[in-house]
Design a protein around this ligand. Structure first.
Ligand SMILES: Cc1ncc(COP(=O)(O)O)c(C=O)c1O
Length: 385
């Protein structure tokens, strides 16, 4: 096990004088404090002691029913036995790895990918097969090639964040999603679809989730309330076939018995009242503005030779600098200038990508976004010379 570089980094970047594009946190201004205040008091009145009691390991029935309605609108058909509520989607990643991975089993994942997933999977000692990405996500042709001739186990899986990926911001178009599913069918693989960000779309048209096209239970779909409601609630869920969900439930019993009951009741009332939809509209407006400020600032201050993604949603922009710049070294200089980011190699299982960086745009005041990018641009310019 290795400490997550990001968590360590957050300790530095949480100093208030530092403009941090480092973490992946929502804006504190986005949290619906007043509504949650009202709902939590109502939960205590309405559900009383039951809301403070242990609850079923697979999650509150009422909340799962609300989730079924919500995902149904996205074309995902499921019933109560297909859902397990988890303590954040991070737990879903851990539980999946726990029940499926034996040492040396293969996990196919994007290069780069969500660092928290790497940290969760590492504990179970898989054999990673990294797959490169382009502007349209994982190169499924490369996946197909790499699968050839492997002596595989039945529980190997592909981990993908197909929409507004953390860390790159890139989205996989429909055709590639279909190709991925085809490969899974042909190769008897299963797909772990981590859909943390699809609610946060600022431009372009929404794309069907892989799960919504999954006819033969090849996909375990993971979602979280962290990006829209509150990461402090630690609430996520998995939708998958009954058998795998049952196994996850057994694994969760050993991990924490159940997800926080009180918080589940709050989330249930929050979904039922429709407040979540208003909340998403509010956040989209706020984050779209922040994304646009960051993109404009990059255009203005980053020197020629730098490139970056232009995400239609999510929380991150991924920048690639000229190859003679090492973003690890740049990080130390940036901290002296009171600005932070995460170096891109942290998100790659092959440790490459020395000239890349992840920039988060959701957790910085609008004005400070431009100031921070200007400082970084100046530093990069200096290094290039
Ligand atoms: C792609 C992805 N998956 C999962 C998570 C874990 O989120 P949580 O445990 O808060 O649901 C994150 C958090 O940043 C993420 O970016």
């Amino acid at each position: 096990m290795k400490a997550s570089e990001i968590r360590e980094l957050l300790k530095i970047t949480q100093q208030p004088e530092i403009i941090s594009f480092g973490g992946g946190m929502p804006s504190p201004d986005s949290f619906p404090v007043k509504i949650i205040d009202k709902i939590s008091r109502n939960v205590l009145k309405k559900h009383g002691p039951q809301s403070l009691q242990y609850s079923p390991t697979e999650g509150l029935k009422e909340l799962r029913e609300e989730i079924i309605k919500r995902v149904g609108k996205m074309g995902i058909k499921c019933n109560l036995d297909n859902i397990i509520i988890t303590s954040g989607s991070q737990q879903a990643l851990d539980l999946t790895a726990k029940i499926f991975l034996n040492p040396n089993d293969y996990v196919f994942l994007e290069l780069p990918t969500y660092l928290g997933a790497i940290v969760a999977f590492n504990a179970y000692q898989p054999n990673y097969i990294p797959i490169h990405m382009d502007d349209e996500g994982m190169l499924t042709n490369e996946l197909e090639e790499k699968l050839k001739g492997l002596n595989r186990s039945k529980t190997d899986f592909v981990y993908t964040v197909p929409t507004f990926q953390n860390p790159s911001g890139v989205t996989m178009p429909l055709e590639r999603r279909k190709h991925l599913l085809e490969i899974a069918e042909e190769q008897d693989l299963f797909i772990l679809e981590d859909d943390a960000y699809s609610d946060l779309r600022y431009s372009g048209k929404s794309i069907k989730s892989i799960k919504s096209m999954d006819k033969n239970n090849r996909v375990m779909y993971i979602h979280t309330f962290s990006k829209t409601l509150s990461p402090g609630f630690r609430l996520g869920y998995v939708i998958g076939d009954e058998e795998r969900v049952r196994k996850m439930t057994i694994a969760k019993q050993g991990a924490d018995l159940c997800t926080n009951t009180f918080v589940q009741y709050i989330a249930y009332e929050y979904l039922k009242s429709g407040s979540i939809d208003k909340q998403v509209v509010k956040i989209i407006k706020m984050y779209k503005r922040k994304r646009d400020i960051m993109l404009k600032s990059l255009e203005k201050y980053f020197p020629k030779g730098c490139e970056w993604t232009k995400p239609d949603g999510g929380m991150f922009i991924w920048a690639t600098l000229p190859s003679n710049i090492d973003t690890r070294e740049l990080f130390d200089d940036a901290i002296k200038e009171k600005v932070a980011f995460v170096n891109g190699s942290a998100f790659r299982v092959d440790g490459k990508g020395h000239n890349t960086m992840r920039l988060n745009f959701t957790n910085t005041d609008d004005k400070r976004i431009e100031v921070g990018i200007k400082r970084l641009g100046r530093l990069i310019n200096k290094k290039m010379k």
